[in-house]
Design a protein around this ligand. Sequence first.
Ligand code: FCA
Length: 330
Amino acid sequence: MPIASTFTRLALSGALSLAMLGSAQAQDDVRIGFIVKKPEQAWFINEQEAATQLGEEKGFSVVRLGGEDGQEVLSAIDNLNSQGAQGFVICPPDVRLGPAIMNRANQYGMKVVTVDDRFVGSDGEPMEDVPHLGMSGYKIGQQVGNAIAEEMEARGWDPQEVAALRITNYELPTAKERTDGATDALTEWGFPEDNIFDAPQQNTDTSSAFSAASPVISKRGDFEHWIIYALNEESVLGGVRATEQYGLAAEDVIGVGINGSGAAFAEFSRSNPTGFHGTVAVSSTAHGRQTADNLYQWITEGEKPPANTETSGTLMTRDNWEEVRADLGL
Ligand code: FCA
């Protein structure tokens, strides 16, 4: 190959890649963080992936971080600042950290959007100033309660002889809304309030739900039939595992969760059905994309996202989970 032409080609490709670099540079100017309280949970992995994917489509970068306690969140924010991020989406490990998180973010001039768990101010009220997107907890809780009631009917259970394991997390408003919604739907249907037993969990994961559930189930050994609900499917699974450990059969247990993520898919894929009857699926993909997009628009166009956006859910059981999964883009 003649030297001249090689040179021309090199020069040309150099110019091209410089031009590409130029535009990539402009796009790379926007960098956002996506901080989640439980980075190992399928729900949060999916949210972060969806945000990253949107960033690839629109040309901004997403730094995925975990923040499992206040210290970790604050150092994640420092880390984002040193990377030149203009803002972040966060699901905080404790909603009462809202004021401290906003302090740090404001010091750096970063914009903040919350997802799933909404900040609570020092007055105990939601921090309306920080745009939020989360599920409509009460309504989704009602869906859980109704799904359990229908299944009790299908199995011909007498509600007087059924115990309800309510795995609670009253420190977290969205958790309380969800379990309140389920309780109200159940009692409206005729479930006796006296048969509802609380198992307060310390965390929103399977192991803390298992620890909370075990003593409650063993104390009420007189009940043969159990229903289980909680703020999410990970927690309901902890309850289901506790009934199994206690020796209850799958047909004696009806657990219905919330989320529709990998934890539920794995359970539905098992060859033998378990006491995990279903889950109300919400699109974690949509939560991740929408919040990242809201923040991106805010940074680039100065358009502040709506104060509060609520999303809805669809019941997913062993029979329809693959279909619902595809519909929700999960
Ligand atoms: C809370 C729960 C998560 C998920 C999310 C939408 O953060 O802990 O499992 O349900 O709300």
